[in-house]
Write a protein that binds this ligand. Structure first.
Ligand code: CTP
Length: 428
């Protein structure tokens, strides 16, 4: 039977030998403390999907804090206990973080749990989770190591590519699950089953009641998936877009920008240009009606980190500055305007406009990224100049020359800069 399937072989094949051994040790430890330990959640799901995942989540039928402390005493590392939730995080000496939670009911309801009750404890824990595919466990305690615990046909749903909730109130209790459902649908190319989809639709109005932090975390996770365009499309079908962003634009306009952004990111990715994590914010911007009027709304509505706020502000600055480059502008004009601007801000700004300038912007980013043999401050000093405030603009001038005339050698650029410098000085 599926819920007695043993996946020890799959674990051995797919997990690194470090993780596999560690899970075995965890099982031996559990047995020693007379507890049952299970690997649960994403790592189980991804094992069955043959996708890598090293987020080790352990549930024990027993005292999770005691168990984590035991692991720390035996293997070293650090342990952090969260009394309130009866959970603990154990950081292995090699930095791998392992979350240990206590299966709920045993703690509160059955202090002297009998083996029979222990089983239902695990069932209860799994039942409270979001989707059947995330509600599977793998027993780790020694006598059952590798046994797949699947009370709710999660494995079946996984084979049928279904996202299914476990109980009707699931989305009401936790509206982030609606966003998670969309995220998993797009990540795995799965679909919510009909009933789950209807429950999701009914619960979408609870999304705005999520805290700033929870909403932002979910948005970030969604827009950091491989295909945010697909996710946005699904959010649109579920009427979620107006609940997470203030917009009066048509979906067609949003879609055009989103596609343009997706294309730009992909082009840069293909050319191995580094793009910072904060780029997910760009997807939020694509959905706003007017960037400048929404600046404050966005900054107030979401809980953003320093890099994300910086990118947001950079883009607002570009909008306000109203630069004029055209498809005919030489690279030096682009560099004059954007030499200080991050790649992320440039593609966000132009993807938003989604016009013929996107291609030029990408060309500029590539050219700037591949500038080689640049004249440096050191070169200027060696040529006899005293370091001064004009250096910076002189160096940018050098880059502009090189961008327009890539065949110029460094010494030729330097000569031109020295002449330029003399002229600049005359002017002052
Ligand atoms: N979970 C849940 N409800 C939520 C969030 C999480 O029931 N709102 C449960 C699920 O069982 C999930 C587990 O907690 O598998 C771990 O959550 P998390 O690490 O956020 O998700 P993963 O499923 O591991 O997804 P990802 O691959 O995106 O990390």
């Amino acid at each position: 039977r599926l819920n007695r399937m043993n996946v020890r072989q799959e674990m051995k094949q797919q997990y690194t030998s470090f993780i596999y051994k560690l899970l075995k040790e965890i099982g031996i430890g559990a047995q020693h403390l007379n507890m049952r330990a299970y690997l649960i959640g994403g790592m189980v799901r991804d094992l069955l999907l043959q996708r890598p995942n090293e987020d080790v989540d352990i549930v024990v039928e027993g005292d999770g804090m005691k168990f984590a402390t035991y692991l720390q005493e035996k293997f070293g590392g650090q342990v952090r206990l969260h009394e309130e939730f009866k959970t603990a995080t154990w950081k292995h000496p090699n930095n791998l973080k392992i979350d240990v939670t206590s299966a709920r009911t045993e703690f509160y309801d059955f202090p002297a749990a009998l083996p029979k009750v222990e089983m239902s404890t695990m069932k209860e824990d799994l039942y409270r989770r979001d989707f059947t595919i995330n509600a599977m466990g793998i027993a780790l305690h020694k006598d059952q190591f590798g046994v797949l615990i699947d009370y709710f046909q999660g494995y079946n749903d996984l084979l049928n590519k279904k996202i299914k909730i476990l109980y009707n109130l699931s989305f009401i209790e936790d509206p982030t699950r609606i966003l998670r459902a969309v995220r998993f649908e797009c990540r795995f190319q799965f679909k919510m089953d009909e009933e789950t989809f209807l429950f999701a639709k009914e619960a979408v109005n609870n999304i705005p009641s999520l805290s700033k932090t929870r909403l932002s975390n979910e948005l970030k996770k969604m827009f950091q998936e491989e295909n945010p365009a697909l996710i946005i499309d699904r959010l649109h079908q579920l009427n979620i877009l107006p609940l997470i962003i203030t917009t009066i634009d048509t979906y067609e306009a949003i879609e055009r920008r989103v596609q343009s952004l997706k294309h730009s990111i992909y082009e840069l990715y293909k050319k191995e240009i580094r793009i910072e994590e904060s780029i997910w914010i760009a997807y939020l911007i694509m959905m706003t009606s007017s960037i400048e009027t929404n600046e404050l709304v966005i900054l107030e509505r979401y809980d953003l980190n320093k890099d994300e706020i910086k990118l947001m502000k950079e883009v607002f600055y570009l909008v306000e500055a109203q630069h004029h480059v055209t498809t005919e502008s030489p690279m030096s004009d682009w560099h004059e305007i954007f030499n200080h601007t991050s790649t992320e801000a440039i593609i966000t700004y132009y993807s938003y406009q989604a016009n013929e300038l996107v291609a030029c912007a990408l060309n500029y980013i590539l050219a700037r990224e591949h500038l080689i043999d640049k004249v440096t401050g050191e070169d200027l000093i060696q040529a006899g100049l005293q370091p001064n405030t004009l250096f910076k603009s002189l160096l940018i001038e050098g880059e502009k020359l090189k961008l327009d005339m890539p065949s110029l050698r460094k010494d030729e650029v330097l000569q031109k800069l020295l002449v330029h410098y003399k002229n600049m000085n005359k002017r002052f």
